[in-house]
Ligand binder design. Structure first.
Ligand SMILES: Cc1cc2nc3c(=O)[nH]c(=O)nc-3n(C[C@H](O)[C@H](O)[C@H](O)COP(=O)(O)OP(=O)(O)OC[C@H]3O[C@@H](n4cnc5c(N)ncnc54)[C@H](O)[C@@H]3O)c2cc1C
Length: 393
């Protein structure tokens, strides 16, 4: 397999870097800081990308996209994550909500939602996890009960990223008597629906990230159902596989390693050999994570496992393997940054080492092995698949 993305991808990378340099302030650390201006920066930048056809570069043109390749989309995602995701919360709509609507939505849903996402106009949130349904998502209890031609929704979601700023939610709810996976249906619900209450959860991820969302007799019309009644599990599986490979934090890790090298260049040869080795090991981890992500993108694109010989895992399993690698390189780089910069690691602001990115990276890296499915669960998905291939001995 050749993972050289080619000249077109290089040109796209250069163009994106120029746009970021022009529109994103130096030292920007993402949309979810305590400074509301950072959210505004991301909203404006999404419009800029949309105007230049770069927000949905790989979506089919009929859905407002550029008709480009998944590799162009990969370049966009890498450059965005490397530069602290200047698309803010909109990455989720672009990464998996839009593709899920393309795959499972009605014509009317495609018409309504895809053009809004492609224009950079809308933030989506993901209402899957509940207080007693995280790793075991199929045990979720939020219920949608038929009422006239629509549905009344009651229940509670938790850890819902961006719910306080989102206009729409992809909601997983239980319908009818079907148990576990069979009973789940997906809904596309406006967040300003009466009966929906968002309560922020204070966390180390800052003031705007995590939330609880309560549904108290919230009405959803018949047009809000995404896919088949009782067919929600297929939507969730596809969504999670795209989500797991779409968070290209390996690109951020590589940029931080490079910035660390530059920061310490004047004293590099005086640093302990153990730190040099740690830096090299972290870079190898980052590159492995990148390759595992590329392997998954290729498999998702073609539907075929890469380099398989008939025995490679499915794209979903590959996405879990890639996710394990990316969360681990995230944490290795976080530890290395702390050890290398020592007392100055917690400094913030323009004069801080790496513009204060060390402390920011460390906090998010701790959550990485939980978000989007815990690392233990990802390992189980991979090992079950390997055992199934090996078979009984
Ligand atoms: C930053 C962040 C953002 C998030 N954003 C969203 C969001 O936008 N929308 C959303 O729906 N959810 C979101 N989540 C929730 C996330 O998907 C869940 O936290 C995750 O799936 C784990 O569920 P849980 O927290 O209930 O932990 P639990 O499932 O209770 O797990 C607790 C511990 O037990 C382990 N464990 C559980 N079951 C097993 C098992 N069978 N075998 C071995 N170990 C096991 C887990 O690995 C974990 O270490 C987010 C989480 C984080 C941290």
């Amino acid at each position: 397999m050749d993972f050289d993305l080619g000249e077109e991808a290089d040109a796209l990378r250069t163009r994106l870097r120029a746009l970021i340099a022009e529109h994103i302030p130096e030292g920007f650390l993402g949309a979810f800081t305590s400074d509301p201006k950072d959210l505004d920066v991301t909203q404006a930048f999404c419009k800029t990308l949309a105007d230049q056809g770069l927000l949905t570069v790989a979506w089919p043109s009929e859905y407002g996209g550029g008709g480009g390749s998944v590799w162009q989309q990969t370049v966009v995602r890498e450059e965005m994550w490397a530069h602290h995701e200047p698309r803010g919360a909109q990455y989720m709509g672009l990464n998996w909500v839009g593709p899920a609507i393309m795959a499972f939505g009605t014509d009317a849903q495609k018409q309504q939602h895809l053009s809004a996402i492609a224009a950079g106009d809308v933030i989506w949130c993901q209402g899957f996890s509940e207080p007693d349904a995280g790793s075991d998502l199929a045990s979720l209890k939020t219920r949608a009960t038929e009422d006239g031609d629509g549905w009344r929704i009651n229940g509670q979601k938790i850890w819902t990223s961006y719910a306080g700023m989102a206009q729409w939610c992809v909601l997983a709810a239980r319908v009818g008597e079907g148990e576990r996976h069979e009973g789940i249906t997906m809904f596309l619900v406006p967040m300003d629906t009466p009966g929906i209450t968002v309560r922020p959860i204070k966390s180390m991820l800052g003031p705007h990230h995590l939330n609880e969302v309560f549904f108290d007799d919230a009405w959803a019309g018949p047009e809000s159902v995404l896919g088949e009644i009782g067919g929600g599990w297929s939507v969730i599986r596809r969504a999670l596989a795209h989500e797991r490979v779409g968070i290209a934090r390996y690109a951020r890790c590589e940029r931080l390693l490079s910035a660390l090298g530059a920061e310490l260049a004047p004293v590099w040869i005086e640093l302990p050999a153990s730190l040099h080795a740690q830096w090299a090991r972290a870079l190898i981890q980052v590159r492995v994570a990148r390759l595992l992500a590329y392997r998954t993108v290729r498999a998702q694109e073609t539907g075929e496992p890469a380099g398989s010989g008939g025995k490679a895992p499915s794209p979903d399993v590959m996405a879990s393997a890639a996710r394990i690698a990316v969360t681990q390189c995230d944490q290795s780089v976080a530890e290395l940054l702390f050890q290398a910069i020592e007392d100055h690691s917690l400094e913030a602001g323009a004069s801080a080492p790496l513009h204060g990115a060390i402390e920011d990276h460390w906090r998010y890296a701790q959550a990485a092995t939980v978000a989007s499915g815990t690392i233990e669960v990802q390992r189980m998905i991979v090992s079950k698949d390997l055992l199934a291939q090996t078979g009984p001995r």
